[in-house]
Write a protein of this length. Sequence first.
Lengths: 378, 432
Amino acid sequence: MSKELLPGLALQKVDERIMTLNVGPQHPGSGHMRIIVQIDGDFIVACDPDPGYVHRGEEKMAEYRNYITNIPHLERPVIHDSCNVLYPYVLGVEEILGIEVPERAKYVRVIASELNRCIYTMYWLAIYGIFLGHSTMFMWPAGDRELLIDLMEKMTGARVTHAHFVPGGVRNDLPANFEDVCLRQVNYFEKRIKEYAAVFYDNPILIARTKDTGVLSRQDAIRLGTTGSVLRASGVDYDLRKKEPYDVYDELDVHTNVMKEGDSYARSKVPWLDMMESCNIIRQALQKMPKSGSVRVKLKPNPKGKVFDTVYKRVESGRGSLGCYIVSDAKPEPYRVKLSVGSFRNLIALPYLLKGEKLGNMPSVYWSLNYWPVEADR
Amino acid sequence: MSVIAPNFKFSEFVKSILDNVFWMLLIFVLIGIPAVMISLFYIDLPVINGELLTPFLALTWLADPSRTLPILKSFMTTDLFRIAAFPGFGFAALLAAGTIFIERKMLAKLQLRVGPFYCGKVEGILQLMGDGLKLISKEIIIPAKADKPIFWAAPVIFVATAAAFVALIPVAPGWVVADVDVGLLAVFAIIGFFPIITILSAWSSNSKFPFIGGIRALHQMVSFEIPLILSLLGVVILTGTLNLSEIVASQSNFPWIIFLPIGAIIFFITILAELERIPFDLPEAESEIVAGWLTEFSGMIYGLVQLGTYLKLYAFAGLFVVLFLGGWTGPMIWPPFPEEIITNGIVMGPITMKIPGLPVFSQEMLNGVMWFVIKTVGVIFFILLPRGVFPRIRIDMLLSLGWYKLIGLAFVNIFIALGLLYAGVLGPGGLL
């Protein structure tokens, strides 16, 4: 066959013993992607992740819309974490347009992004539970997530895709009595996620199954360029909320959760600990937030940037460092928008981690990488 | 207006029923009555007690309970009734249906949700029937390069084997389909069939995921059969018999679980593994191998496999009850049947109806069945419970558990049984 075939389609000459499995895209354990796995008995010989099934051209679309109309579609890559996905873009546009954000808006943004981080992590945790065959751990986070979704609905009017962050602040002010409701819900949420330890994180079968599987050493984690919870589970204390504080994170007391093991168990536990840290941050922000004031600077219609002004902003999202590179033009539309997402950086580690593992470890290692296929494809 | 059927109209409902009645009457008049008349012309009617049994007299007999009840009673002693209805398939299928409903509701309560709710108005009690209807109405898709005869046969053989297993379980004194002297050996033989059926169906579907699932099921079942058999040897040593009814009768004072708790625990764990239930559901691990060896099954083939699985679940729970919890033995709490109904008849206003031989089942049998069902449902509950609590384990952990830990513990159990036997505490000629 003379025509060059795609990597998954080409017939490879392999040993008789080796079986090639196409895990995905129509597979309950793959997400919106394909993992081409070669197994020898129960052991994985080689693994080739094949993302790209949900590529939607978000970056190209951003070049045809102006700075404000870009907001609703740039949050689509991870709709569960939509505030955090939008955060670097909004910060970048503010720098390009030279807008000073009111103090209250910064606190509202921090609260919204921490709530969204929890919502995303709960969804991720639910899928991690069902990947390990633990159906209760699927239902509990999926149900408790509703607490924070209701809170976000009160705050922004939408349940998942909020489109709440705009250049110059946030779209709407907080509703009346929001502080009390938020504090109560967040306290209950924290109490509830602490109960997960009994059924999931302290479960002897879970520990026996995920301890010492897919170990990513500290050097490898840095060398492969992983970010977020994967990096912190390998013993690197790296959190952009602390290293490069944006908005008001420098005024808040942020702790990072670091585990040294670097195995699937540590990678699944760090986001759970991060959720408790998010609850702490929300409580602090509610306390320090100015009780009144504007939350949004009025912009001119169709604001324009300067010619070839570049800006790169990054924030800590639910999956790690999420950067946005914006090149402005003397037009209402940006010249180029590039998203640098944590999911894709973490996916790079997958072939290294799965090599030599057992097939039964594939779902736990794969999903513990805190990877969201839609975000990686953009 | 009903929410479930928004286009429902009562007048159309009545009209459809009247249509059906009309066609039934028409067919009966045009075909049924002439056929009966023609056959009566050729057939000699039997004479019973000096009376000619005309069709009219036969209908009168059917309406008379004093004549039909003895017929019913004699029917209940036939093998057909035993196989199809009471200790056999029907009873097991009914318990299995109840099990599925309880499992879904219980798991839902555990996971803070509602579970089946709408179908059947009352807590979704008809959900299983709805699911069954859906499965029957679905197309059965067979992979193009599958080995078709084996692919078709495997689910049927699976259900048949599970039903054969059900046939060996004694439910009440004398109420067992097959009361064989080597009952426990027959159980082992039937359990040995399941891995073969699994690997046949997995291999015949010519697909990778079922193949891996089948190989896993083979590993799992074969390596857990050994501790299963060894864990039951203690009971056999103490009772000196392989007949399941006799094993139950030997526990009239104490169930064996008191003396052989280790054996009971091993047997329970091996039950979980043989039934492919969480935490041992590796052959059906969905996030790794789609649905394991069930991947290519669709429609009623899948339904048959599920039916067989739940029959197997009932049979294993029943076996646990028979061997360790004393089967039907238990205090007599079933109320006795009032004698005056038999002697004086039932008085309903001006009419007195006399029904001789009314109690179809004896009091002992009903009491035994009640205790058996209570114990079996309890065991089934504990078999279902891990599904809400544990994740799935890995194949290497499973094999090391089966080969290293359970077999060793099973030998400990056998030594305990032998010790009890030689000390003269239990066993043939012992204290109990």
